[in-house]
Design a protein around this ligand. Sequence first.
Ligand code: PEP
Ligand code: MG
Length: 580
Amino acid sequence: MNEIVLKGIPAANGIAYGSAFILDKGEFIVPKRIILAHEVDSEIARFEEALNFARQEIHTLKEKVNQDMGLNKAHIFDAHILVLEDPTLLDQVSKGIRQNKNAAEYVFSKVIKKYVQAFSKIPDEYLRERVTDINDIAKRVLKYLMDESKLHDLDNLQDDLVIVAHDLSPSDAVSLYNRKIIAFITDIGGRTSHTAIIAKSLGVPAVVGLKDATLRVNNGDFLIIDGQKGLLIINPTFSTKELYAKEQSQIHACMEKLDDLKNLPAQTMDGKKICLLANLELSNEIPTIKKVGAEGIGLYRTEFLYMNRLDLPSEEEQYQSYKQITEAVNPYVVTIRTLDIGGDKFISSVQIPEDMYPFLGVRAIRFCLERPDIFKTQLRAILRASMHGRVQMMYPMISGVAELRQANAILEEVKRTLYDEKIPFDTFLKVGVMIEVPSAVMMADMLAKETNFFSIGTNDLIQYTLAVDRVNEKTAHLYEPSHPGVLRMIQKTVDAAHTEGIHVCLCGEMASDPIMAFLLIGLGVDELSMSSSSILTIKKMIRSVRAVDVQRICTEALQLCTGKEVEEFVSSQIRKLGVL
Ligand code: PEP
Ligand code: MG
């Protein structure tokens, strides 16, 4: 087998090697399997046989239910039989097997997903709920087509796996937690997609935007994933494997050295202190966050509490989660961001038409203002948790003063209710604004008068400023954190905050890139919050520079006209200082 190297977008650092598992997400996980041309007819016959078995099974079940519970209940199975007898089902699957030379179970799972999608869009609630029936039928048929232990989930698989998917939503990525996953690769997606962010939280390398990886990789292929360079190597040669083994041991040695820094301050050689905080998505990240010596949590993405479930988390459940994290991080601060769904993050418990959800739609604070019931429940939980340590809170995607005031009015109402109910909370709870919409930058001077701190969300600020979708691999080359337009936005925000005497944190992915972090310090950002895996690298950079040099280089960089010029200039200057 020849070695194939594919270049994608680096999304989470690290090197991993292991077997490929092509994930076809949905109610069931069906690995892709290629068949030979001469196997096509027998594969179609195998599928017909599976349909027959499933039909017989349902007829027997129907008969039993009829005897035990009466004909009324037994009619439930008529819909199942109808689907199994649908000639277009057999037709579509046969065509798929013949044209793509894919195994029956894989083609069938794809076709059935189209049925599921079609049913999910039906306005009639009863019919929409029949999706469960279709999934049930699918499982019955798949049971005959493949080894059942492979059908349900990844738990039964023995090897360490590299998940290969066309796309992976953040909630899919979260649901893979605790499985034997050692890396993610996807055909689509961008560097700051929430799936990439989750890969970082799980501590596994990820490469996204590989275009046709799912077509090029077969199940069980041996893969090397280079998360730093954004490379996928399929069936590597012996010498490539050796090269990567060496590189990996070098990375481990570097990391061990970095470990020595964990208890030292993030301070420049001439005494300027920068607070380094961690971003948190999943509560099980706390031990790692503590291990790297983060000085608190600068961004807690609470929406992950709402994902992968059919109901909303209750006030009590949220309170317990926030309390647990607050107590674990004490005496350091936890910055709880209120619910930010929409864009690439979805929750199943709230039905909103899909076209309202996109990045420019009813996202984040807009959603909360439209659903004060959901918002108030979260605010109550946060306020209650504030009694257990140092909690501060911030609103995502604020676009101007009116929205901030609206959110604060709801907060005041919630505080009054808690007060009347004699439920204690921190009456001095700090409330911040995320600066991630260009209009918020333009209004930063006004916003700074009505809030306790700013937190710049560059993942979004860049996409909204440059009009570049953060999750689209086709525009990934235009997504430029070093773009002078973006740097000026940050500078304007910092100046406005400091004029009002409030501090500025920056919690976008940009903070974890040493060159960008260098610029951010030069721009006067007070705190950087990032995935815990980057904290020690950034600390090392900070401890090896002098604030005066950073300032000087940054001032010069701001005179440049393009992002590329800025990046080249800063990296050459840093190299001259002997830092990287
Ligand atoms: C950001 O936009 O930079 C940010 C930190 O928030 P999120 O990535 O969750 O949108
Ligand atoms: Mg954001």
